[in-house]
Design a protein around this ligand. Structure first.
Ligand code: CA
Length: 405
């Protein structure tokens, strides 16, 4: 599209609205404003226009402001103070006048009944070139008016967790498009996971966008997504979608996810119970017939040959009280791990405490083994007063069991 077409047809520039759904109410909580231009009876996206840095700043701001003004006027006609209007602003353009003109428009609309706490400002962190501290102070200033802040386009380009944390947004918008690749990399999932932990720490809600198919919605639901947006729910359109448009569908989908998740958790629980019994029985069988821990590990390795590839024993402070017994082709002793300390590992002490009080075994989450790089789980078990048995379960075994990976 020729930028001149936009500038000479300013009165053909119109807002489209894409609905944003909330998981807790299964209905629309707001709309993102998207710029369109009507050319030859077709509404074309203005996305490229706004991202084209060859177009002088003042033109892009003029078009943006014109859409904003129209959008707020239409939004006010809904007369629903629970709804939010999500507005995209280029942080670089916003900072040109330290955010003044944007705020002026909002304050002007406030006189017409707009509540500023209905505004969610969407900015992109990774293409911001200015001083992040200054942007932070502007957002802080906006907040005093009740304006909420969303960081947009997380996951599309490399995001800087440090800067996102500093900006302390209310909402993180995460793009789920990469999930549709035939095989998204494990690191993509890991990055999303880190972002969800960050969101939890800084008290930001997760909004997953570009949801186009069911499994993306399921992913969003399962990974702490409070808000959802995408073609699978609603396309951008000229009119505001009715707030309960997808309510029945969402409720239905959630029920399916809940059932399947509960089933998985049940499996996990039953597996843990059974495995606990198995270890108990093995230990009963072995009884006191071992001379030292190395001997005990030798016996255990025979009994657990079908599932494990590494077994060792630690005290409750994480100091290893035995060697490792480790299986590659066959079981071998690794003496070098004796007295190594594992208390620094995530959840180590918490899990020890749990076993001490429950007096039963505990199955870890799935994680990558540092040595083999394989996805594994560890089953730990209280062996005696303050010694604990650690049984690393191999990927091949977990793969065969239902719902363990
Ligand atoms: Ca956006």
């Amino acid at each position: 599209m020729d930028p001149l077409d936009v500038l000479t047809n300013l009165d053909e520039v119109i807002p489209y609205y894409q609905a944003i759904y909330s998981a807790d109410e299964q209905q629309i909580i707001g709309y993102e404003v998207l710029g369109r231009i009507k050319l030859n009876d077709e509404a074309e996206s203005l996305g490229e226009f706004f991202q084209d840095e060859n177009i002088p700043d003042e033109y892009r701001i003029e078009v943006d402001d014109s859409i904003l003004s129209l959008a707020i006027d239409e939004f006010l006609e809904l007369k629903d103070s629970h709804l939010n209007l999500f507005i995209n602003r280029d942080a670089n353009l916003l900072m040109l006048d330290h955010g003044e003109s944007f705020l002026e428009i909002l304050l002007e609309k406030q006189q017409k009944g707009l509540k500023l706490n209905q505004i969610v400002l969407e900015i992109t962190e990774h293409n911001f070139r200015g001083d992040i501290e200054q942007l932070y102070h502007l957002l802080l200033y906006y907040r005093t008016y009740g304006i909420k802040v969303a960081i947009d386009n997380i996951g599309k380009a490399s995001s800087n967790l440090d800067r996102i944390g500093l900006l302390s947004p209310d909402i993180l918008k995460i793009d789920l498009q990469p999930l549709r690749l035939s095989s998204p990399s494990q690191s993509y999932y890991d990055v999303l996971y880190s972002i969800s932990l960050l969101a939890r720490k800084i008290g930001a809600a997760l909004l997953y966008e570009d949801i186009e198919v069911n499994f993306q919605l399921q992913y969003a639901w399962k990974n702490g997504g409070r808000y959802y947006q995408g073609f699978y729910l609603s396309k951008p359109q000229r009119e505001f979608t009715k707030i309960d448009e997808c309510k029945a569908m969402l409720k239905n989908e959630f029920q399916t996810y809940i059932n399947s998740e509960k089933k998985k958790l049940e499996n996990l629980y039953l597996f843990t119970e059974n495995f606990n019994q198995r270890v108990q029985q093995i230990l009963q069988k072995v009884g006191k017939q071992f001379e030292n821990y190395e001997d005990l590990l030798q016996q255990l390795s025979k009994e657990l040959n079908d599932c494990s590839f590494r077994i060792y024993i630690c005290d409750e402070d994480g100091f290893q009280q035995s060697v490792n017994i480790f299986k590659q082709e066959k079981w071998e002793i690794q003496p070098q791990y004796f007295l190594h300390n594992w208390s620094w590992r995530p959840y180590f002490l918490a899990n020890i405490m749990r076993m001490r009080f429950d007096q039963k075994g505990f199955l870890s989450d799935v994680y990558s083994d540092i040595e083999t790089g394989e996805l594994i789980r560890t089953f730990s078990f209280p062996l005696s007063q303050n010694h604990y048995l650690f049984i690393d379960l191999a990927y091949a075994y977990l793969y065969e069991e239902e719902g363990l990976l």
